[in-house]
Design a protein around this ligand. Sequence first.
Ligand SMILES: [Mn+2]
Length: 357
Amino acid sequence: MTSFEYTSNTTMEHLAGRLKSARKVLVTSHEKPDGDAIGSCAAVARALRELGIENEVWVQGAISDSLLEFVPDLPIREAPPDQPSDDHDLVVIVDTGAWSQLQPLESFLRDRRDSIIGFDHHARGDDVASERLIRVEAASCTELLVSLVDALGVSLEAGGDDSGRCSIAEALLLGLATDTGWFRFESCGADSLRVAARLVEAGADKSRIFRIIEENDRPARILMSGRAQQSAEFICGDRAVLMQLAPADFEETTARPEELSGLVNAPMSVRSVEVSVLITAVDADGVKVSFRSKPPLDPGSPFIDVNQLAAVFGGGGHVHAAGARIQLPLAAAKDAVRDALVAALQDAGFVDSGSTV
Ligand SMILES: [Mn+2]
């Protein structure tokens, strides 16, 4: 068996030609669609509509209300329990090419490899689409779809209206802005910024995208943020900070666990802090722990690998963002995490070994 390589096996012009000659197109993306998945689906669907080609967007897993604000018009369908009808002659998969992210539609897609095309910017994927364009240098899938819209001969300015429905340019900027953490991540270089400039020139309103995506919290979140910060315990010469949220905090603020993402990042604004930890009580005898660390200040400077730190507790993630679950009550879990933090800071040379908290 030859090993499969997840790389481009065709050109943008060829894929544009396949789209133009399609009769009815199904557009889909990964489960739990994010801004890039929805932006990519919306851009392809809007470009097809401009060309008068019938299409349907299928998504898998809930879409956030804020993302839905950009696409109030899209006939979004969710699988399961429904499956697409048999009358599509082309399927477009955007922002993924991995079976693990396409499970609700897997049996439908398995039967149709030859009529599936893919556009992606991830380094790994499977043999889902017979023809695919993969550009790992692209900071978002929408960044590479700008070339598809060009190849289709559709204007980036098309597709929007006064009801809030986003234009093609805005859908593309939505994906680029969210996948790059608002142009901060390393993935976002000069090419991505040039694409962003083109999208803004084509009328994409970055302030509107920012407000809808990033300024969309309920009051409960800011109350929980305050409680977490109030609990902050700075240790090891302020190199690390531990925060906690107890069951009472949830009861008193009505916050839900899913609206707390990112709270762990707040103490990163403190100059001395290398690693921030938020311990959230899930129930009486279990907690969820989120770890964040800063990249080294200079190449060669020490840093904390929180993937390793989380692994101490059976968790994992990335070098600078990781998580774990610990089956201990809050206070005991906090003691265990504090000990592991001190050891990690000593190993990295941030504090003298033998020094205490
Ligand atoms: Mn993406």
